[in-house]
Structure formats: C-alpha cells, structure tokens
Design a protein around this ligand. Structure first.
Ligand code: MIC
Ligand code: SF4
Length: 775
C-alpha cells in the first residue's frame, strides 16, 4: 500500500495538538455553562452541556431557550470521522468546496470494504488488491487535505475512535450511523451523511434539530448473564426503531456507573437502532480508567478536574422528570439476557421466551452460524467473556456445534488478545478470526455453506439484522444477542434451548466474568496509521487523481439548481410498504459496496430491496452490466430514468420511519441523480431526512397517516406553490389517479421540516451549491 510510512508509535505532535484543544475546551466550560444556566434559569443535563458548549459564535445568545424538537442548533464539532464506504462521497463532495485543508481534525478508516472469507490475513490482503484504487484515492486525499488515515486491518472506525480520539464532553460527527459509540466515553458523537462531513471539514458549522432528551435511569448492577448489550436490546424493544428519532438518550444513575466504559459504548453505539441523534453517558471513574489504559492519562486528569461540567447538574439527577422530555427506568438487578430479531432490532424478548416464538413461527431451530464482533461488541472485555465461556467448555469437553466467526474491533484489541492467549484459545477451538473490520456485519461475507433462498438462522452480536443484511440471502433469519449468549448458542447450536439456564449435554455453563480492562494493560497499537501531513508544501505535492475511465470512482458534478417551477404531474415511481431502511433503498453487500465512490454506477441499485406496496414484494431485478460487472439492477432505477425523460422526474412514496438505518447518502444521491424530486412518507428517520434535504430532494410527510392509502404507484403528483415554501407551512399536493378517470384530483396537505436555510439548499439544488454560493 502507501508509500508514506505508517505509525508504530504515538504521533506525538498530533497528540499534543489534541491535548491543547481539549484543555482549551475544558477551560472555558465553567464560565460558558454558568452563562447558559443563567440565561435559561435552570440546571443543565449532560447532553445540554455538551451541545450548548459547542454553539457556533453567538448562537447561545440567539437561540436559547430552544424549543426541543423544533429549533435548529448550529454547532462546531471537534472532529470528523469517516469510514471508507462513506468517505468516498464525503471527500468527493469536500473536493468540490475547493479548500486546501480540512478545517477540523478528521480521520478516514478503512474497515467496511474488507470481505470476510477465509480469515484475517488473507482477507485483508485480498481487500488491498481488490480495492487498491479506492484505498489509494482515500490515502492520497487524506494526505493532500490534512486528514489522518487508518489503513485496512487497523480496526473498525468506532472502536479506533474510542481508543484514540473520543473524550468526555466532546462533540463529533461521523459518516456512519454508529458514530454514537463514542458516547461510551462521554462524547456526543452523531452519525451524519457525507455532505454534513464535507461542510464541517470545509469550515462551515453543523446544523442539527435541537433534540428532545430521553433520560434513562439505570439502577442496580448487571447480574449473571446480563450484559451491557442486554440494556440496549431491552431498550430497543421498549422504544422501537423510531422511538429515538430527533432525541438524545442520556444515561444516568448508579447503574450507569457500574458499567465499564466499553460496555457503555456498546449501549450508545446501538442507540442508532433507536434512530437517536446520539446517546451519552456522563464522565465517571470507568471512563477515567479506560483513558488511562489507552495512554490518555492526561485527558483523564483534566476530565477529573472539570468533572462537574461533564455530568448532569445535581438538581437534574434529583428530579430527572423535570428536565428530560421522557424518563425510562431500568433496574439492572432484574435484567435478563435478551435476544432480538429476526429482521428488526426492536423485535425483542428475553432469551428465555425465544423457544416458544421459534416454535410458533416455525423458524429453523438449528443455527447455521454464530458471529461475534462488529463495532458494537468487539472490546477486550467482550472477547475475554467469550474466552471465559470457551475455557469452561474446554474443561467439560464441549465443542462448537455452529461455525463461529470473530471480528476483533481493532488492531489494539487483536494484539492484546494475541498476547493474552484468547486468540490461540479461540482459534484452537475452531473459531475463525476475521480481519479487524466490518465484514459480515455489512454483508461483506462470502459464505459458501448456504445457498440464496435457503432458510436458515444465524445469531450475531452485531446491531443490524435487516433482511439480506449479512449474507444477501432474504431467507437468513438473523438474531442479535450479547457475545456471551452468541457463544453459548454456538455451543448448543439450538435456538430452542436457553443455554444460560439449560444444560448443554450434562454441562450447565456458568455466567462469564471478565475484567473491564486487560490486567496487563493494552498492547497499544498505532499499526496502520498515517498521521495528517502538517506542512502545506508537502501536502501540495500529493496528487489526488480520479481516472475518467475508473469503474470505482467518479468525480461529482454539481446538481442543477431548482428552476423555480412547481412540480406538475410527476408519476409515483413506487410506493414502498413497511420497513424501508437505507439497506432497502441503497443495498450494501458485495454487489454494491465496490461502487460507493461511483454515483452513476451505484444508482442502479436504487430501491432494489424495497417492498412495492402493490405486490408486497421487491421489484424484479434486471441482470445487466454496471461498471464492467454484471449486477442485479433495480427496475425502479431504470424506470426513474425513463420518467426523467418523459415527465421531467418522479416521486417516491414511503411508509413509517422511511430511511432508517445507515447514514449512507447514496440513498439520497441516487434518487437525486435519477430525477426524484420529492419523497413523501408517513415519517422519516433523521439522518436520511437530512441527506435528502442536503441533496435538494423535498422530504414531505402526510398530515394524516391514512393519506398514504390514497396514493398508488403510477398516480400523477403535483406539488404547488413551491415558491412560497416556508418553514412550518404545509405543501399542497394534488394527486391524479393512474389511468386518468378524468375526475377532480385528490388534494392533500403535506408537512415538511425544512428551516429557512434548508429551503435555500433546495433552491440552490443542494446544500453544497448553497454553501459555494454564499462563501
Ligand atoms: C451500517 O452499519 O449500516 C453501515 C454500513 O456502517 C452504515 C454506513 C454505510 O452504509 O457505509 C451506517 O451505519 O451508517
Ligand atoms: Fe461496520 Fe457493522 Fe459497525 Fe456498521 S454496524 S460500522 S457495518 S461493524
């Protein structure tokens, strides 16, 4: 790979700059927060402290008190992180800004493009060969524009961010929905689309809807088999996948302090499955210990000094119901292990109740694979708990009944488990240890054992389980549980038995235990890291090139501005029914991941997996070559091109929580490229709604949810009076039913959440066009 040498030691200059920034931020907290408290006349929650201490200049004066869920906050994030699959579009957009260097510290992490097949070394090697052009683009762009670069194999973005960059009280954005992982270390870390990242890197501030606040009061402490994963699985069941939309989940209470820092990160990471803007824990001793164990003792010392500013005010803890919009209580003493799925992370029940559902639904009872890892559950503590169960099993002569795959979260975790023996133990036991990367979690998994269409069940410790997500097979039922439960199930191989209470053979496993941190310390690793080039002349010598013939990358041309005309008689391309995640709108997996930097190419997958309300099934794919490879192309992508020619565009109609899941903005850019002018739904997930706005597509919602039933595929839609589009004012929709019965069109009212600036994005064609115009 790169000619530039990567780090094997701490990049001192960068670390000291980071310390200076953190110190400066902490030093101004007492005065800043006192002024905000005085203005509001009340104490502050932890999330409020983080958000309000990152207001762009003068914003506090202008917007406080904010109406949560309504007003916008304009914030200055401390850093930006991007993973390889989304960084391509983010950087291509950043390049359009014409800036020489990023305005805030930014990093690129190569984790999503490594396909899991035969194990870490071979898979990483193959990925480097297959993705050479993309990695070279990202590496040279990072060097040219002053970003840090983490090579393939160095780790999953969120684990690396937790180990190296996150700090209590900080604010960051990341082009990945699980960025909130850093909330385990007290940072408000939010998943965004690449356009948001491009803007912040080019010196603009970050605008986000002022979130409502959900306080989760954790009491007691986890017992037996219950683990941090069960806290979030339980919450997913309680709040559902749309329960966190435009909300921050703030954890507090003695129970919160009893959970390790990486355990907290498991919980905040998977808050993405609630659709939450982010999730945060308050600074405590577990965070200080983790900072010290990862060679960041100086941050721990500082955070201890400013601790009262990195936690909710005492009055908030004394009467949380007065300060949070909603308070949820959970007594950890009583929490049992949970399992969720298939097909949605909010289909939750205690593990003990699974067998009955398996029977009632006639799901397969035998597991075909067990997978441990992902950004959510790949810490040292997770791996040691798994090893603890493996040791028990070895002592009793139990063997794996199910193929077991493990992805360590980072090279640091990998090196530490290698040194401490867990790696050998698990490999000797028959587990396959994959690269420190996403692999099967993003569907980058070449599994030879199951054919498409073959019904089977798998269990993972990941966070997503949408249909087709892991192996591209719609008939794979994916369940999610803690790593402990996953490995116990891999030993029994049987979904009908609860291995935490029922013996496997003669053996009843004991609940695992593990230290939160490695007793011998981490084997600190900067393997695969190339720090930002600080000298301008060195940066200017780096050339970032995208070949016009490339089948993987394509430079972006700006989208055209709105022409000032109403949208008249545009056909409804398709009406989607039920869950329409970004994995339905722009699927990942090995067919499409290679095209994440090639908008024309990837747009061929638009809505490929979405359920057509007319048929109750996805559209039939058309097999054809795209960027030199034969792929299953979406019929809706082809139809949209036709409509762009014959009608000047089209409209998509969707159901509830449209666009939940990933941050990938391809789910908004592909429709934009193919002429989709508006997406009309019952409701939207936050990141996707913003991505649509950024790309100049109107995200509209039915005023009456039942109006969804009044529209059908092929109907002609008109959106009138768009030049009067204003914040809070409804949009008039006229629907001429397909087949043209000749009667009066149906008139409906639609809502939108565009603020004044976002309306300017629409008019300019995209947020980036608007930014370029106004700079
Ligand atoms: C995911 O978990 O769905 C992903 C893959 O990490 C996505 C990002 C992507 O699609 O590249 C996410 O969570 O944002
Ligand atoms: Fe990677 Fe999976 Fe985490 Fe997404 S959820 S960042 S695909 S490990």
């Amino acid at each position: 790979m790169p000619a530039t040498p990567s780090m094997t030691t701490t990049p001192d200059a960068e670390a000291s700059r980071m310390m200076d920034n953190i110190r400066a931020h902490y030093e101004q907290l007492p005065a800043k927060l006192a002024a905000i408290r005085a203005k509001l006349g009340r104490p502050l929650t932890n999330a409020e402290k983080i958000l309000f201490s990152h207001f762009a200049t003068n914003q506090a004066e202008q917007v406080l008190p904010v109406t949560r869920g309504v007003d916008s906050l304009v914030l200055q994030p401390d850093r930006v992180a991007m993973q390889d699959a989304t960084a391509q579009m983010a950087i291509l957009q950043f390049i359009q800004s014409g800036r020489k260097t990023v305005a805030v510290p930014s990093t690129v992490h190569c984790d999503h493009l490594i396909r899991a097949q035969s194990g870490a070394a071979e898979d990483t090697e193959r990925a480097i060969n297959e993705n050479r052009e993309v990695y070279e683009f990202l590496r040279t762009a990072a060097a040219r524009y002053g970003m840090g670069f983490w090579k393939p194999g160095s780790g999953i973005i969120h684990q690396v961010v937790l180990e190296k960059y996150a700090f209590p009280g900080g604010l960051m954005i990341g082009t990945d929905s699980h960025t909130p992982n850093a909330g385990g270390l007290g940072m408000a870390a939010c998943g965004v689309g690449g356009a948001d990242a491009a803007e912040v890197m080019s010196g603009l501030q970050w605008t986000v809807r002022a979130p409502k606040l959900v306080g989760v009061h954790l009491k007691g402490s986890l017992k037996g088999w219950a683990s941090p994963k069960d806290v979030i699985l339980w919450l997913c069941g309680k709040l559902t996948t749309k329960g966190g939309t435009n909300k921050i989940i703030e954890y507090f209470g003695a129970g919160a302090e009893s959970i390790s820092c990486t355990g907290k990160a498991t919980i905040t990471n998977m808050g993405a499955e609630l659709g939450a803007t982010t999730s945060v824990f308050a600074f405590d001793a577990t965070m200080a210990a983790y900072l010290r164990a990862t060679e960041r003792g100086e941050i721990a010392d500082l955070a201890e000094k400013y601790a009262e500013h990195l936690r909710p005010d005492p009055e908030v803890l004394a009467a949380p119901e007065n300060f949070y919009d909603e308070v949820v209580e959970l007594d950890l003493d009583t929490l049992a292990p949970y399992i969720v799925g298939p097909h949605s992370p909010d289909r939750a029940r205690p593990l003990a109740a699974l067998a009955k559902e398996v029977e009632d639904n006639q799901w397969p009872t035998t597991l075909s694979a067990a997978l441990i890892g992902s950004c959510t559950n790949s810490s040292y503590e997770d791996i040691e708990r798994v090893a603890n169960i493996a040791r028990q099993a070895n002592a009793k002569g139990l063997t794996l009944k199910t193929p077991l795959l493990i992805t360590p979260g980072s090279d640091q975790v990998y090196q530490t488990m290698k040194r401490d023996g867990q790696l050998q133990l698990l490999e000797n036991w028959g587990a396959t240890v994959l690269s420190n990367a996403c692999g099967p979690c993003i569907g980058n998994w070449d599994r030879g054992d199951i054919q498409p269409g073959q019904s089977n069940a798998i269990v993972t410790s990941f966070n997503r389980n949408f249909p087709k997500r892991n192996d591209g097979n719609p008939d794979t039922l994916a369940f999610i549980a803690s790593p402990d439960v996953v490995i116990a199930l891999a030993l029994s191989g049987d979904l009908m038995r609860d291995p935490t209470t029922q013996p496997i053979g003669e053996t009843l496993l004991e609940a695992p235990s593990a230290p939160a941190l490695p007793p011998k310390g981490f084997s600190i690793s900067w393997q695969g890291y190339i720090p930002p080039l600080t000298s301008e002349s060195e940066r200017e010598h780096v050339s970032v090139s995208v070949s016009a013939e490339s089948k993987r990358l394509e430079l972006l041309a700006p989208f055209a501005p709105w022409n000032g005309e109403d949208y008249i008689n545009l056909p409804v391309l398709v009406k989607t029914q039920g869950q329409t995640t970004t994995d339905h709108i722009s699927p990942a997996g090995k067919d499409w991941l290679p095209l994440r930097g090639h908008l024309n190419g990837i747009s061929h997958n638009m809505l490929l997996a979405a359920i057509d309300a007319d048929t109750g099934k996805p559209g039939d794919p058309v097999t054809m070559p795209v960027c030199g490879v034969t792929r299953p192309v979406s019929p809706w992508a082809l139809k949209a091109k036709e409509y762009a020619q014959s009608y000047g565009g089209c409209v998509i109609v969707g159901d509830e929580n449209y666009g939940e899941g990933s941050s990938r903005e391809h789910a908004a850019m592909s429709p934009r490229l193919l002429g989709v002018k508006a997406v009309i739904t019952r409701s939207f997930a936050r990141i996707h709604e913003t991505n649509l706005k950024k790309q100049g597509i109107l995200p509209l919602t039915f005023q009456q949810a039942s109006d969804y039933d009044k529209i059908r595929k092929g109907d002609l839609i008109s959106l009138r009076d768009l030049k009067f589009l204003a914040p809070g004012s409804p949009v008039r929709l006229e629907v001429t039913p397909a087949g043209g019965s000749g009667g009066e069109p149906i008139v409906l009212s639609l809502n939108h959440s565009l603020n004044a600036e976002q309306i300017e994005w629409f008019k300019a064609g995209t947020a980036l066009n608007y930014a370029a115009k106004s700079s």
